[in-house]
Design a binder for this molecule. Structure first.
Ligand code: CP3
Length: 355
């Protein structure tokens, strides 16, 4: 199954090894801003119909790579596959985002949660990974992913998206022991899930901690970082003689990059509220950095996009260890041509930063 990678810039940059230019991929690069995605989704039915069909998930993963010279592919799936496989009943309502039929609210609810088998209940994911890996033919590496325990817990306890996190923070402050049981079970589920993605062909891993930034510094360490640490410690970091870089991304976590780097991960995702020069100084060579253009810049003129790319490249400075990305997912109303301008700018302007 293993083709040698034709383009390994992304892997090398994650491991801080020399590259000829800064690699780039975009969070949510396969999705609704692409007309070909919207067409396939309309034919398939729902988003989950795409995710649960390995051939369709593979097709959607490859769509952005046909349009743009990206340096990595990311598995087309969702972070909520684990809670769904635990039996919570995931569904999506247009305009309101994801929700669960059976939210987790009590100790009995937590105790009843199974650890899903990645080759049974989540077989559609591991099958999608092996299908995509085969179809990529070694062109670029495939990134597998999961949500962080804290981020998954927010959706599971709230029963969907939330503005003030009252249910999940209520449980955390009223019944911290139950919250810890839930987070620990999620960490165990994520470890087997991500290791199965690696065994199925994922060449790098990323953990999305979308909601870590809503916690106080003390609670972030106790309820989010501690469980990401458990995951980093439990992951397969090498497969078929290749190192598997691990990226942690806490949105709004710019103040905590030093303690995140101390987990032993390889790379940290950074959103646009942190300057990359400050981030680089803070992590002091321990890890690579991924990011960090505001996705809304893609609404600007071509010149403004190019200027922002130049600013971010200059901010990181010379040398390897930077993976260019947006600071969060691409918005669905962005014109696909603007993503092209963005990617082309990174290609052209980043050469000067590598010798
Ligand atoms: O980055 C990629 O291209 C890989 C695919 C991917 C998706 N979701 C596809 C998706 C990844 C990595 C995710 C992660 C994810 N899912 C996160 C963490 C990253 C982040 O954005 O902070 C979160 C919080 C979710 C939960 C989730 N799933 C939300 C909030 C939504 C949007 C719901 C909506 O109606 O806007 C989803 C659905 C989803 N996941 C879509 C895609 C392409 C849109 C589905 C569609 O309507 O076609």
């Amino acid at each position: 199954m293993s083709h040698p990678l034709k383009n390994d810039r992304y892997i090398k940059a994650c491991l801080q090894q020399p590259v000829d230019r800064t690699p780039i991929w975009m969070m949510r690069q396969a999705g609704r801003y692409l007309p070909e995605y919207r067409q396939l989704r309309a034919e398939a039915g729902s988003f989950m119909d795409l995710c649960t069909n390995p051939e369709l998930a593979c097709e959607v993963t490859l769509q952005p790579l046909r349009r743009y010279p990206l340096d990595a592919a990311i598995l087309f799936s969702d972070i909520l596959t684990i809670p769904d496989a635990m039996g919570l009943g995931l569904y999506f309502t247009p305009g309101e985002g994801p929700a669960f039929r059976k939210p987790v609210r009590s100790e009995a609810d937590v105790k009843a949660l199974p650890i899903p088998d990645p080759y049974q209940e989540l077989k559609y994911v591991t099958d999608a990974v092996s299908t995509i890996r085969r179809e990529l033919k070694g062109e670029v590496p495939l990134i597998g992913f999961s949500g962080s325990p804290w981020t998954l817990a927010t959706y599971m306890v709230e029963g969907g998206t939330t503005k003030n996190f009252s249910e999940v923070k209520g449980l955390m402050y009223k019944e911290p022991a139950i919250m810890h049981q839930l987070l620990d079970k999620l960490a165990d589920s994520i470890i087997v899930y991500l290791n199965a993605q690696v065994e199925s062909g994922a060449q790098a891993l990323m953990i999305f901690d979308t909601w870590g930034g809503v916690l106080s510094p003390r609670d972030y360490q106790e309820f989010s970082l501690r469980y990401m640490q458990k995951i980093v410690d439990g992951l397969k970091r090498e497969h078929e003689g290749q190192q598997i870089p691990v990226t942690l991304f806490t949105k709004g976590g710019g103040a905590w990059l030093d303690i995140m780097a101390a987990t032993g991960c390889d790379c940290l995702g950074v959103d646009w509220t942190t300057d990359l020069a400050d981030a680089r100084a803070k992590v002091a060579g321990k890890v690579a950095l991924q990011g960090n253009m505001d996705p809304s810049i893609l609404y600007a003129s071509d010149e403004r996009i190019r200027e922002e790319v130049a600013t971010i490249l200059a901010s990181y400075g010379k040398g390897s260890g930077h993976v260019f990305n947006l600071g969060h997912g691409i918005h669905q109303t962005v014109e696909p041509e603007k993503a092209g301008v963005f990617i082309q700018s990174v290609h052209e302007l980043s050469k000067a930063y590598h010798t």
